[in-house]
Design a protein around this ligand. Structure first.
Ligand code: WTA
Length: 631
C-alpha cells in the first residue's frame, strides 16, 4: 500500500501581469505540439545556427531515433562566434571567486580564449571524438575548456573538483580519457586544496597514460610535480590562434557525464550536439525565460548536469550574461548570494531546492538585508520542493510575486522536462507542474501499467524528446518503448506532477510505503523546522527515522519532537510514526545539493558508509553520527 497523497496545494497561483507581458513564451504551445507532433520541435532547433540544415525533425535510422538528422553544427560556434556580430562587447561570463576576486569575459574575450585553448589542446593531440576530462571548481577556464573541446568535436567529461583521486581515476578509465585539464589547487571553505596532487594520484591509478594540463588558480606554495603542461603557457604559445569550429552531425556526441548516483552506481550518459543543445537552449528560453539583456544566475556547480545545461550551454547559446560563483552558498557570509544578486542586479535566479531549504534555516534577515527587486523569476531543481519552502522562497527572495518554476529533470533528460511555463501555467506549490509542451508522461505501477489519476507510481516518459541521450535514442526504436524513471510521482486531475522522491528512497512504515518527500514535506510544515530527511532503518525493523534541522533560532528539543510526531500522524495517519526524530545541524549533501539519504540510512543502522568524497559537506558526517548514536 502506498500512503502518498496530493491535493492540498494552496494554488493555483498566477504570475504577475508584468512578468507575462515581457515573457519569452506567452502562449500554451501544447496545442501546436498536438497538431504537428514531433515536427513542432523545429522550434527548438530554430534557436540555433546550423551550418547544414537538417532534413527531418525526427526519423529512425540505423537502429536509433535521430533528431534533426542530416543537420550539422558546432556547439562552440553557437555559444560564442554567432554572438560576435552584434554583441561582441556584451558580458558573457561574470565570475566571482571564493576569495573576493572576480573576472569578466565579454563574448569577444571568450572567443579568443576558447580558440587559443582549442589550438592548445589540438597541439597536444586532441581530436574529434576524444574524451577530455576536466577536474576544476567553478572557474572561467572550466566553461572555456568545455567550449574548446566542443570546438574540436572532442567530448568533455567534467568531474566534480571535490571528488577523490579514486573517483577521478574511475572516470578516466570508464571513458578511456587520455587528457586531463585540472588546476593547481583551490580554496575550499578557506583551506587550500592541492588539486594537482589528487590528479596525480588518479593518473597513477588509471589504467592508461593521461596527458595533463594545469590551470593556475592559487599560485600558492603548493608542491606541484612538474609532469604537466601549464595552461597559461599553452595559451601564450597559441596567442591569437583561431580554430575553425569542427562541423558535427546532429547526433554526434557533445559530452559524457555521470549520473549523480545518490541511490545507485553512477552511470555514463552521452548527450548529442544538435538534439541536446537545441533542447537546453529552448527550455532556457521558455522555462527560465532567459533574455540576452539579463544577468542570469544558476547557482550550482558546472560539473552537475544543471551546470552544463543551464550555467554554460543554454545561457551562452542565448547570448546572455551568465554569473558563475565559485563558492558554496554559505561559503563565507550567509548573505553572500544576496549581496551578489544586489550587486549584479540579477534577473533570474535558479538553484537546488535543498539550497533554498538552507536559506530558510539561516533566516529571512539575510535576503531582507539586500535589494533583490531585480529578480524577475526564480527556479528550483534537484529534489522536490515542499509548499512551505516554495512559499518562503517566493516571499523572501521573490518579493512576494515573482513566479517560481519547480523544474524536474535528470542527467538523462538533458534539460527540463516537467515544469510550469512561467507566463502560461498557474503554479501549484509542491507540484512541479505539467510536462512541458511536446512531452507525454504517465504514472505506472511496477508492471508498467498506468495507475489511476491521483495514485502514486513510477513516472514514465512516453514520447521521445530532442534532449534524450544516445542510449535512450537507441532504445526508443522499440514499439512499446517508454522511459520509466526511478522517480515516484502522482499526477492530479489537471495533469500536474508531484514528485515523491526516488524509488530507492521509499520509506516503508508498517504496510504503507511513502515517498520520502511526502514525509519530509509534512515534517517541514511544523514551525521551526527548516530541513528534513526521512529514511528507512532496517535494524529498527523497517521503521522511519527523521533527521531534522531547525531554523537557526529554534531548539531541537522534546517539545518540538512531539509536535513533529503529532503533526505527521495528523497529516498522514497513525501508521506514519517515526522510530526516532534526530536533530542535526546539517544534512549530508552531494556536490549537486542532493540529500544523501542512503548514507543517513547507513548511519541510522550503525553501518559502514564508506567514502564521503562525493559529499559537499563531508565534515558534518561525524557530527550526524554522534547525534544519531546519542539519540
Ligand atoms: C530529482 C538533476 C523533484 C529526481 C537535474 C530526478 C527532482 C533526479 C526535481 C535527477 C524536482 C530533480 N522535483 N525531484 N524539481 N529535479 N529531481 O540527474 O529524483 O542530478 O530523478 O539531475 O533529481 O538528478 P540529476
Amino acid at each position: 500500500m502506498a500512503g502518498d497523497h496530493v491535493g492540498d496545494h494552496d494554488g493555483p497561483i498566477q504570475p504577475p501581469a508584468s512578468f507575462v507581458e515581457g515573457a519569452n513564451v506567452t502562449e500554451d504551445l501544447r496545442e501546436q505540439f498536438e497538431r504537428e507532433g514531433p515536427d513542432a520541435w523545429s522550434r527548438a532547433a530554430d534557436t540555433l545556427d546550423w551550418s547544414e540544415p537538417y532534413d527531418e525533425v525526427l526519423r529512425e535510422r540505423d537502429g536509433a531515433l535521430r533528431w534533426f538528422d542530416g543537420g550539422r553544427l558546432n556547439a562552440s560556434y553557437n555559444c560564442v562566434d554567432r554572438h560576435l556580430a552584434d554583441r561582441k562587447n556584451h558580458v558573457a561570463i561574470r565570475w566571482e571567486g571564493t576569495t573576493g576576486e572576480s573576472r569578466t569575459y565579454t563574448y569577444l574575450d571568450l572567443y579568443h580564449e576558447v580558440n587559443e585553448a582549442a589550438a592548445g589542446l589540438r597541439s597536444l593531440g586532441v581530436e574529434a571524438g576524444d574524451v577530455v576530462t576536466l577536474y576544476m571548481p567553478v572557474m572561467p577556464e572550466l566553461p572555456v575548456v568545455m567550449l574548446a573541446c566542443a570546438r574540436l568535436g572532442a567530448l568533455h567529461n567534467v568531474v566534480f573538483a571535490g571528488f577523490s583521486a579514486d573517483e577521478l581515476a574511475e572516470r578516466l578509465d570508464g571513458t578511456g580519457s587520455e587528457y586531463l585539464v585540472t588546476c593547481d589547487g583551490y580554496y575550499r571553505r578557506g583551506t587550500a586544496v592541492n588539486q594537482k596532487n589528487k590528479a596525480d594520484n588518479a593518473r597513477m591509478a588509471a589504467d592508461h597514460d593521461v596527458e595533463t594540463v594545469v590551470v593556475t588558480r592559487l599560485d600558492d606554495d603548493l608542491y606541484l610535480s612538474d609532469d604537466h603542461v601549464d595552461y597559461g603557457e599553452l595559451l601564450d604559445d597559441h596567442a591569437g590562434a583561431t580554430v575553425d569550429p569542427v562541423e558535427r552531425a546532429a547526433d554526434d556526441p557533445l559530452f559524457v557525464i555521470y549520473t549523480s548516483g545518490t541511490t545507485g552506481e553512477p552511470d555514463q550518459v552521452v548527450h548529442t550536439t544538435g538534439g541536446y543543445l537545441s533542447y537546453v537552449t529552448w527550455t532556457g528560453e521558455s522555462v527560465l525565460d532567459i533574455k540576452p539583456s539579463d544577468t542570469y544566475w544558476c547557482a550550482a556547480d558546472v560539473a552537475w548536469i544543471t551546470g552544463h545545461s543551464y550555467m554554460v550551454y543554454a545561457p551562452l547559446a542565448l547570448g546572455t550574461t551568465t554569473l558563475l560563483y565559485e563558492g558554496a552558498p554559505d561559503q563565507s557570509e550567509k548573505d553572500r548570494l544576496w549581496e551578489l544578486v544586489e550587486r549584479h542586479r540579477v534577473d533570474v535566479f535558479y538553484t537546488a531546492s535543498t539550497v533554498v531549504r538552507a536559506f530558510v534555516k539561516w533566516g529571512e534577515e539575510h535576503p531582507a538585508a539586500h535589494d533583490l527587486s531585480s529578480l524577475r523569476l526564480l527556479g528550483t531543481v534537484g529534489e522536490p520542493i515542499d509548499p512551505r519552502t516554495w512559499t518562503w522562497y517566493r516571499e523572501h527572495v521573490g518579493g512576494g510575486d515573482a513566479p517560481v518554476v519547480d523544474t524536474w529533470w535528470q542527467t538523462e533528460t538533458g534539460g527540463i522536462l516537467v515544469s510550469t511555463l512561467p507566463a502560461v501555467d498557474p503554479m501549484k506549490p509542491g507540484a512541479a507542474g505539467p510536462p512541458l509542451p511536446g512531452h507525454e508522461v504517465s504514472v505506472v505501477d511496477y508492471t508498467g501499467d498506468p495507475v489511476e489519476t491521483g495514485e502514486p507510481g513510477h513516472l514514465a516518459v512516453t514520447e521521445p524528446w530532442p534532449g534524450m541521450p544516445r542510449g535512450l535514442a537507441e532504445a526508443a526504436v522499440a514499439d512499446d518503448w517508454t522511459y520509466v524513471t526511478s522517480d515516484r510521482a502522482v499526477v492530479d486531475g489537471d495533469g500536474y506532477v508531484t514528485f515523491l522522491g526516488r524509488e530507492d528512497d521509499t520509506v516503508a512504515v508498517g504496510d504503507t510505503a511513502y515517498g520520502p518527500a511526502t514525509l519530509e514535506s509534512a515534517v517541514i510544515e511544523v514551525g521551526g523546522v527548516a530541513e528534513a530527511a526521512v529514511v528507512e532503518s532496517e535494524t529498527a525493523g523497517e521503521k522511519a527515522v527523521a533527521y531534522v534541522c531547525t531554523e537557526r533560532d529554534r531548539q531541537g528539543d522534546d517539545a518540538l519532537r512531539a509536535r513533529i510526531e503529532n503533526h505527521v500522524a495528523d497529516r498522514l495517519g497513525p501508521t506514519a510514526r517515526f522510530e526516532a526524530v534526530i536533530f542535526t545541524p546539517e544534512l549530508p549533501k552531494t556536490h549537486s545539493g542532493k540529500i544523501m539519504r542512503r548514507l543517513l540510512s547507513a548511519i541510522a543502522d550503525g553501518e559502514e558508509y564508506g567514502d564521503t568524497s562525493a559529499l559537499r559537506n563531508p565534515e558534518t558526517v561525524g557530527e550526524i553520527e554522534t547525534v544519531s548514536r546519542d539519540d
